[in-house]
Design a protein around this ligand. Structure first.
Ligand SMILES: NC(=O)C1=CN([C@@H]2O[C@H](COP(=O)(O)OP(=O)(O)OC[C@H]3O[C@@H](n4cnc5c(N)ncnc54)[C@H](OP(=O)(O)O)[C@@H]3O)[C@@H](O)[C@H]2O)C=CC1
Ligand SMILES: N[C@@H](CC(=O)OP(=O)(O)O)C(=O)O
Length: 370
C-alpha cells in the first residue's frame, strides 16, 4: 500500500478531506501517516479508531519516506518544505490545496470533471505536483463546465461573494465572535417589540465601532458588513484573488495564457460556508437559453441547475442551500440587456468540498488507480 503523508489535516480543508476520505473508503487503500507542525509526538486516533503518533511535518527525512504527500497546511508551509524535499531527491507525488505552486510549470491544477485529460497527460509525462485550484475559480468552472467544453465562452466578469471560512479556521471564529457581540448589543432591545428599529441599528453600529470588536484576522468588521478585498494588493488596482481568476482558468483549461479573459471584484461576505459568484458571460455566439441550460445541466453529475424563478432561486441557489453538499448550484441564467450574446449566471458551491478538499481526494484516487 502507498504511504500517504497527511499534512494540515487539523485545519478546515484538511478536516473536510479526512471526512470525505472516510466516507468513500479511501483509507482502506492507503497507509496513512499523520504529520503536524504543532503537535509532533502526540497521539491521533483516526476515524477508524486506529492510533497514530504524529510525525514532524517540518522533517524532510520523515516526509521523504512517503510515496504521496497531501498538504492542506497552507502556502507558507509549502514554501518552507517543498524545495528542500525535492532537493533531498524525493520523487513522490505532491498534492496541495495551497496556491504556492499552482502556477509553476511543473504542476497541474486539478479539477478532474473539467481537465481529466490534462491530468492523465501530465502523469504520463512524469509530472509529480498536483495542486487544487482557487476555490472561487474551481466552483465557477465546475458550474459552467458545459459551456467551456463547448468552447462558447469569450470572457467572464466574475463578481464573488466569498464566505468567511474561505479564509481559514481562525477567521470563522472571528466572524462568529463578531456576530455574538452584535447580538449581545441588541439583545434586550430586540426582545421588546416596542424598541424602534433605528435604535437597534444604532446599538449594532456602536458595537461594531468598539475597540473590543474582534477584527484581528479580517482587519475590519464582517458581521453586518462586507470586505471588498481578498488576499494581497498587487498594486495595479487588483487583489491577488482577482488576478487568480484569469491565470488559473486558462491553466485549468490548458489554454494559452489570456485566451479566456476573466476579471471582476472579489468580495468577502458574512456567509459562513460556500462561495457564490455572479458572472456576466460573453459568449462567442447567440445561443438559445434552452440550449445553454442543457449544456450546463448535463456537463457532470454535480451541477444542480436552478430554473430562473424567484421561488427556485431562493430555495436552491444560496450558500444555505448547498453547504455541506457536493452540489454546485447554477442559476439566474438569462440574457443581459447591455450587450449582445451577454448572459448572467450565478454559481454557488461549498468551497471546502468541491472548492478545496474533493479535487485533492479525487487526485489521490487517480494516482492509486494507475
Ligand atoms: N478554506 C478554504 O475554503 C480554502 C482553503 N484553501 C487553501 O487550503 C489551505 C488550508 O486552508 P484552511 O484549511 O482553510 O486553513 P486553516 O487555517 O483552517 O488550517 C491550516 C492550519 O492551521 C493550523 N491551525 C491553527 N489554529 C487552528 C484551529 N483553531 N483549528 C484548526 N487548525 C488550526 C493547523 O495546523 P497544525 O495542526 O499543524 O497546527 C491547520 O492545519 C490554505 O493554503 C488555503 O489557501 C484552498 C481553497 C479553499
Ligand atoms: N482565498 C480564498 C481561499 C483560498 O484559500 O484561496 P487560495 O487557495 O487561492 O489561496 C478565500 O479566502 O476565500
Amino acid at each position: 500500500m502507498k504511504k500517504v503523508g497527511l499534512v494540515g489535516w487539523r485545519g478546515m480543508v484538511g478536516s473536510v478531506l479526512l471526512r470525505r476520505m472516510a466516507q468513500e473508503g479511501d483509507f482502506g487503500k492507503i497507509s496513512p501517516h499523520y504529520f503536524s507542525t504543532s503537535a509532533v509526538g502526540q497521539i491521533h486516533i483516526d476515524a477508524q479508531g486506529k492510533s497514530h503518533t504524529l510525525r514532524n511535518a517540518k522533517s524532510i527525512a520523515q516526509l521523504a519516506e512517503m510515496d504521496i504527500v497531501i498538504s492542506c497546511q497552507g502556502g507558507d508551509y509549502t514554501k518552507a518544505v517543498y524545495a528542500d524535499l525535492r532537493g533531498s531527491g524525493w520523487d513522490g507525488y505532491w498534492i496541495d490545496a495551497a496556491s504556492a505552486k499552482r502556477m509553476d510549470s511543473d504542476s497541474v491544477i486539478v479539477l478532474d470533471p473539467v481537465n481529466r485529460v490534462q491530468i492523465d497527460g501530465a502523469l504520463d509525462a512524469g509530472i509529480k505536483n498536483f495542486i487544487g485550484g482557487n476555490c472561487s475559480i474551481t466552483l465557477s468552472l465546475l458550474g459552467l463546465a458545459g459551456l467551456f467544453r463547448a468552447g462558447l465562452v469569450e470572457w467572464m466578469n466574475v463578481m464573488t461573494y466569498q464566505a468567511a471560512s474561505g479564509a481559514g479556521a481562525a477567521h470563522v471564529r472571528e466572524l462568529l465572535g463578531q456576530m455574538s457581540q452584535v447580538s449581545s448589543a441588541v439583545g434586550a432591545g430586540l426582545a421588546n417589540p416596542a424598541t424602534p428599529v433605528l435604535s437597534l441599528l444604532e446599538s449594532a453600529r456602536r458595537a461594531m465601532d468598539e475597540e473590543a470588536f474582534p477584527i484581528t484576522r479580517f482587519g475590519a468588521p464582517l458581521a453586518g458588513s462586507i470586505i471588498p478585498w481578498i488576499d494581497t494588493d498587487l498594486g495595479d488596482g487588483r487583489s491577488r484573488e482577482e488576478w487568480k481568476g484569469e491565470v488559473e482558468t486558462n491553466k485549468i483549461l490548458n489554454l494559452p495564457p489570456g485566451t479566456i479573459a476573466v476579471d471582476g471584484l472579489c468580495v468577502r461576505v458574512g456567509a459562513l460556508q460556500s462561495h457564490s459568484a455572479a458572472i456576466a458571460l460573453q459568449l462567442k455566439e447567440n445561443v438559445p437559453l434552452g440550449e445553454l441550460e442543457a449544456l450546463v445541466s448535463t456537463a457532470h453529475a454535480w451541477v444542480d441547475f436552478v430554473p430562473n424563478t424567484k421561488a427556485d432561486s431562493m430555495q436552491r441557489l444560496s450558500p444555505a442551500a448547498v453547504s455541506g453538499s457536493l452540489k454546485v448550484a447554477v442559476g439566474r441564467l438569462r440574457r443581459l440587456n447591455v450587450g449582445s450574446n451577454l448572459y448572467s449566471v450565478l454559481t454557488t458551491g461549498d468551497q471546502l468540498l468541491w472548492g478545496a478538499a474533493e479535487p485533492l481526494r479525487r487526485m489521490l484516487n487517480i494516482l492509486l488507480e494507475r
